[in-house]
Design a protein around this ligand. Structure first.
Ligand code: S3P
Length: 437
C-alpha cells in the first residue's frame, strides 16, 4: 500500500436503494487456487477485483499459470494440473492477505520447488504457527521468523508429505483449508476436525472441481488420489461486504436497502442471526443455489436494535463482521456482550482493541475484554479515529456516521481496497455522506 487515505463521514442520513456488493473474497481466492491446479480452462464470474484476491491471482501468474482478467468480474484460468506449477522467480508478495498466505503454505508445501512468501507489515506480524506446526507434522519444511511469523520459506517436498489427522485447537477455516490443500499432496488420508463449524468453501469448491472430499460431521477428509477438472464458478456477493449495509440500514432511520445476489452459505450467516437476535428486520428473498453455494437477495429496513449476549457458537460464523456489529451494539438499547472471540485480536488488526479505542473516542461506552467486548448502547458523538490500516474497521466507523452527532474522521483507510474498493461509491449511492479528504 502506498498512499494514505483519510475518510470523513458527515452525520446522519438514511440508506435507501438496491445494490450488488462485490464478489466473495474467500471464494475468489479459492477459485484461482483450484482453477490453477485443474486440468482445463476454468471460467470465473463475480470475481472480487480487490487487492487481497489479486495477491492470490498474481502469485499463480508468478508460478506460470496463464490467467486472463479480471474484466467485469470475469477471470479465465488456464489450469496447469495438480503438478504443473513452476517455481516463481522471486518471493510471492501477498500484501495484506492472510488467506493467501495460510492457504498457499499448505498448497506449496507439497510442490517440487521452494518458495518464499512475504506480505505487508500487518501480514508479517500475524501468527503463522497455526499452519506451520501441523504442516511440519505432515513432513513439510517451512522456515518462519523466530516468532513464527512470515516471511515463510517453504522447502517443497515434491508430493512426499504424509497424511495426518489434525484436531484443530481453534475454529479456523484458513487452517482447515491449508491442511486440506496439503492433503492433496500427502500419502494417505488427511483428516481435519474443527471445534466449531467454519466456512466450508474449500470443501464445496473442491467437490465442484470433482476432487473427492469426504465430510462427516465436524471432520473433512482428503487424499492425494484425486484430480481437479476445470469448471465454471459464479462467485456470489460477499456477505462480509453486505454486512456494512445490513447494519447501516438497521441503525439509520427510514432506511430500506436490498442487497442482491449475496452468498448465504450457512457457515457465513452469523451476522444475519446476530442482527435478528438484536431485533433487526432482515428478509431473505428469492433463495437459490448457484454452483453449489446458496445465494439470496437480502432486504433490510430500519429497526430499533436491542443489546444481547452474543451466542458463542455464532462467533466463527460471523468472525469478520464484528467490527460493524460493534457499531450495531453501540446503537442498540441496553448492553451487548461478546465472549469467545479472542481470534479478533489477531486479524488484520487487533479488532477488539482498535474498535474499543475508536468507539470510546466517539463517546460510546465500550469495554474491551480479553476475548470480546461489552458495549452499552450510547449516543455516538464525533471525532477522529484510527483504522490501523484495517479495511473492516475503516468501513465500520464510516457506517457509524449514520447515527453520529458530528463528523467522524477515519485515518489510514487505503486498505479498504483489499476487500471492497467500491465501498465509498456504493455507500454514498445509498445515502452515506462519506468522502475522502
Ligand atoms: C477466511 C477465514 C477466516 C476469515 C478470513 C477469511 C477464509 O479466517 O477471518 O477473513 O477465507 O478461509 P480464520 O480462518 O483465521 O478464522
Amino acid at each position: 500500500m502506498s498512499e494514505s487515505i483519510t475518510f470523513q463521514v458527515q452525520p446522519g442520513g438514511s440508506l435507501r436503494g438496491e445494490i450488488r456488493v462485490p464478489g466473495d473474497k474467500s471464494m475468489s481466492h479459492r477459485s484461482i487456487m483450484l482453477g490453477s491446479l485443474a486440468n482445463g480452462v476454468t471460467h470465473v464470474t463475480g470475481f472480487l477485483n480487490a487487492e487481497d484476491a489479486m495477491s492470490t491471482l498474481q502469485a499463480f501468474r508468478d508460478m506460470g499459470v496463464k490467467i486472463e482478467g479480471p474484466v467485469n468480474g470475469e477471470v479465465t484460468i488456464y489450469g496447469v494440473g495438480k503438478h504443473g506449477l513452476k517455481q516463481p522467480a522471486k518471493p510471492l508478495y501477498l500484501g495484506n492477505s492472510g488467506t493467501s498466505m495460510r492457504l498457499l503454505s499448505g498448497l506449496l508445501a507439497g510442490q517440487a520447488f521452494d518458495t518464499v512468501l512475504t506480505g505487508d507489515k500487518s501480514l508479517e506480524s500475524r501468527p503463522m504457527r497455526r499452519v506451520t506446526q501441523p504442516l511440519a507434522q505432515m513432513g513439510a519444511v517451512i522456515e518462519t521468523q523466530a516468532d513464527g511469523t512470515a516471511p515463510l520459506t517453504i522447502r517443497g517436498q515434491n508430493g512426499k508429505l504424509n497424511a495426518i489427522h489434525y484436531d484443530m485447537p481453534i475454529a479456523s477455516a484458513q487452517v482447515k483449508s491449508c491442511l486440506l490443500l496439503a492433503g492433496m499432496y500427502a500419502e494417505g488420508e488427511t483428516s481435519v476436525t474443527e471445534p466449531a463449524p467454519t466456512r466450508d468453501h474449500t470443501e464445496r469448491m473442491l467437490s465442484g472441481f470433482g476432487y473427492p472430499v469426504n465430510r462427516e460431521g465436524s471432520t473433512a477428509r482428503i487424499n492425494n488420489q484425486g484430480d481437479l477438472t476445470a469448471t465454471q464458478i459464479d462467485v456470489p456477493s460477499d456477505i462480509s461486504s453486505a454486512a456494512f449495509f445490513l447494519v447501516g440500514a438497521s441503525i439509520a432511520p427510514d432506511s430500506d436497502v436490498t442487497l442482491k445476489h449475496v452468498g448465504i452459505n450457512p457457515t457465513r450467516t452469523g451476522v444475519i442471526d446476530i442482527l435478528r437476535l438484536m431485533g433487526a428486520n432482515i428478509e431473505v428473498l428469492n433463495p437459490r443455489s448457484v454452483g453449489g453455494e446458496p445465494v439470496a437477495d437480502l432486504r433490510v429496513r430500519s429497526s430499533q436494535l436491542k443489546g444481547i449476549n452474543i451466542p458463542e457458537e455464532l462467533v466463527p460464523l460471523a468472525i469478520d463482521e464484528f467490527p460493524v456489529l460493534f457499531v450495531a451494539a453501540a446503537c442498540a438499547e441496553g448492553k451487548t456482550v461478546l465472549t469467545g472471540a479472542k481470534e479478533l485480536r489477531v486479524k488484520e488488526s487487533d479488532r477488539i482493541q482498535v474498535m474499543a479505542d475508536g468507539l470510546q473516542v466517539l463517546g460510546v461506552d465500550a469495554q474491551a475484554t480479553e476475548d470480546g467486548m461489552i458495549i452499552n448502547g450510547s449516543p455516538i458523538g464525533s471525532g477522529r479515529v484510527d483504522s490501523h490500516g484495517d479495511h473492516r474497521i475503516a468501513m465500520s466507523f464510516s457506517i457509524a456516521g449514520l447515527r453520529a452527532s458530528g463528523a467522524i474522521t477515519i485515518d489510514d483507510c487505503a486498505n479498504v481496497n483489499t476487500s471492497f474498493a467500491e465501498f465509498k461509491d456504493l455507500a454514498t449511492s445509498l445515502g452515506l455522506k462519506l468522502s475522502v479528504i
